[in-house]
Design a protein around this ligand. Structure first.
Ligand code: FCB
Length: 449
């Protein structure tokens, strides 16, 4: 069985600045909340940090060659805010800015389309100390940074994403404290921070467009629930759709609390009921700013619950049987979530969808023959892509970025979880293409999986 993707489907791989760059103290980069968080005893597994990571800051030319060799057509990377603005605002660090210019030039010269994310969690420490996302000025700080990057790169970078996964950096960074900046805010404070993040996104969209000297495409890259139906029966589909679009829990792990304001200009009714008088005061002007029109919707998909209409039609999650397939991280393998997340998002928000991340952690090493055998990653990706092919051929999804190009610093898990298509030896920093990279090369070339 094979599935062919549309000819113009965008094939790529992804990374983020703090997870691969290293060079933490090089050329005037300022500290981010992840630098400080990593210093906290016990915060990150085995005390790992992103100080060196994959040393991509110094090896980007080789990494671009590697990507070209792998047949990567599009590369999603993020910009380190504090490389460019060491204190988050104020003085521009020209050396840091120049790095991204060189990276973009190298990518374009290699025939690889750059896709830039402005904020992938490495928030400036200096701004954190001034209140971070709790400060009403924080959207303006972000807008300034977005404008700086757009003036510098929009002549060459067409595709932009404002923020990555607010669900996680609010949920873990400001809720349970498992991620930087390690805060455990009260619910009303968390909601204030969330509202400011949404405003920053909207202000960022406007700033990117304003500073670009030509038309650009702007989106974001979020995650959320990937609820999907256990069968194609209308009742099961409805059960999954209901869960996908609902805000039922007092956490940030949902789709609509974030995406309804951005794409529809309003908070969803169920969230307003759930958080009732805990919501911050906001204006119609705020909602207009937040809902600045987007060109695409980027979504990161890893795993999701399967739903069915249970007894009396009541929606219920289908329990996973014993031994259900899972990744090294323990994330359940549920390929059907790909097709349905795209269908549900497109149905509600009517935007072209890009899968801005998908992949899995596995236990990989360079074997005695010098190869990295990762058949699970190949099978995982094949299954998810076959599911995605249905949505792509229905015209709903336009591209796919595998997470990740390189093994990297997996946040609170340190270097233990390997997500790369390319293996990195963190002692020697040697790169070795995994078997999955060779397989993926064929997929990108043929568009057939
Ligand atoms: C996502 C993050 C990304 C990476 C993957 C595994 O939540 O956006 O940086 O850590 O998970």
């Amino acid at each position: 069985m094979t599935d062919a993707f549309p000819k113009d489907f965008v094939w790529g791989a992804a990374s983020s600045a703090y997870q691969i760059e290293g060079g933490a103290a090089q050329d005037g980069r300022g500290p981010s909340v992840w630098d400080t968080f990593c210093e906290r005893p016990g915060a990150v597994r085995d005390g790992h940090t992103g100080d060196v990571a994959c040393d991509h800051y110094n090896r980007f030319n080789d990494d671009v060659k590697l990507m070209a060799d792998m047949g990567v057509r599009a590369y999603r990377f993020s910009i380190s805010w504090t490389r460019v603005l060491p204190s988050g605002r104020g003085r521009i660090n020209e050396k840091g800015l120049a790095f991204y210019g060189r990276l973009v030039d190298a990518l374009l010269a290699a025939g690889i389309e750059p896709w830039a994310t402005l904020f992938h969690w490495d928030y400036p420490e200096a701004l954190q100390q001034q209140g971070g996302w709790l400060d009403r000025e924080s959207p303006e700080w972000f807008a300034r940074y977005a404008g700086v990057m757009s003036s510098a790169l929009a002549d060459r970078v067409t595709n932009w994403m404002t923020i990555n996964e607010p669900q996680i950096f609010i949920g873990h960074g400001h809720g349970d404290g498992a991620h930087a900046p390690g805060l455990k805010l009260s619910m009303p404070e968390r909601l204030v921070a969330s509202h400011h993040v949404l405003l920053a996104h909207g202000r960022g969209v406007a700033a990117i467009r304003e500073a670009a000297k030509r038309p650009v495409k702007v989106g974001w890259a979020v995650c959320g629930r990937a609820d999907h139906p256990a069968s194609e029966s209308p009742a099961d589909i409805e059960a999954a759709r209901g869960a996908f679009n609902a805000v039922t829990k007092r956490d940030s792990w949902n789709n609509t609390f974030w995406a309804d304001p951005v794409c529809l200009g309003r908070y969803p009714e169920d969230a307003l009921r759930l958080f009732a008088d805990e919501m911050p005061v906001y204006t119609a002007g705020d909602m207009k700013t937040i809902s600045a029109p987007l060109d695409f919707y980027g979504v990161n998909i890893y795993s999701g619950d399967r739903w069915r209409a249970g007894e009396g039609g009541v929606p219920e999650v289908v329990p996973q049987g014993p031994g259900h397939p899972q990744t090294a991280f323990g994330w359940p393998i549920t390929p059907g979530c790909m097709e349905w997340a795209v269908r549900f998002l497109h149905e509600r928000y009517k935007l072209p969808i890009y899968i801005t991340e998908n992949g899995m952690a596995s236990i990989d090493w360079v074997d005695s023959e010098g190869k990295v055998q990762d058949p699970q990653r190949i099978d995982f990706t094949r299954g998810y892509l076959r599911s995605l092919a249905k949505a792509a051929n229905a015209g709903l999804c336009k591209g796919y970025f595998h997470w990740s190009i390189l093994d990297n610093f997996e946040w609170a898990e340190g270097y233990r979880q390997r997500f790369g298509l390319v293996h990195v030896d963190f002692d020697t920093l040697a790169r070795t293409q995994k078997e999955s990279a060779k397989w993926y090369r064929g997929v990108m070339k043929s568009g057939v999986v």
